[in-house]
Design a protein. Structure first.
Length: 108
């Protein structure tokens, strides 16, 4: 079993979309993946469990993985969390699209 503590960095914390991305990522692996916050341990492949953690921006969660592909699972989950669930990139892309359309760059 391996474990790593991670900070939730995205503005909205572990809300529904971020939780869904986390479940999707954890489910790619055969290893068991858990999140631990304030002594509560939940299955990271359960969206309801993740939402019940109520992990806001700035909170810390431990990610525990156990299984044949535990290192890969931990790396993938850590990358997702550390990248803010790709929300900033998606927001910037949407903003660029809106600006492009406003400038007449959209298609007619």
């Amino acid at each position: 079993m391996i474990e790593r503590e991670l900070e939730i960095v995205n503005r909205l914390g572990l809300h529904a979309r971020a939780a869904a991305k986390l479940v999707h990522t954890a489910s790619r692996f055969d290893s068991q993946v858990w999140l631990v916050k304030d002594g509560e341990e939940i299955d990271a492949k359960s969206i309801l469990g993740i939402l019940l953690l109520a992990a806001a921006q700035g909170s810390y969660v431990a990610v525990r993985c156990d299984g044949d592909d535990e290192a890969e699972a931990l790396a993938a989950v850590a990358e997702l969390v550390e990248n803010g669930f790709d929300e900033e990139r998606a927001a910037n892309k949407a903003e660029d699209t809106v600006e492009s359309t406003a400038d007449g760059g959209g298609t007619s």
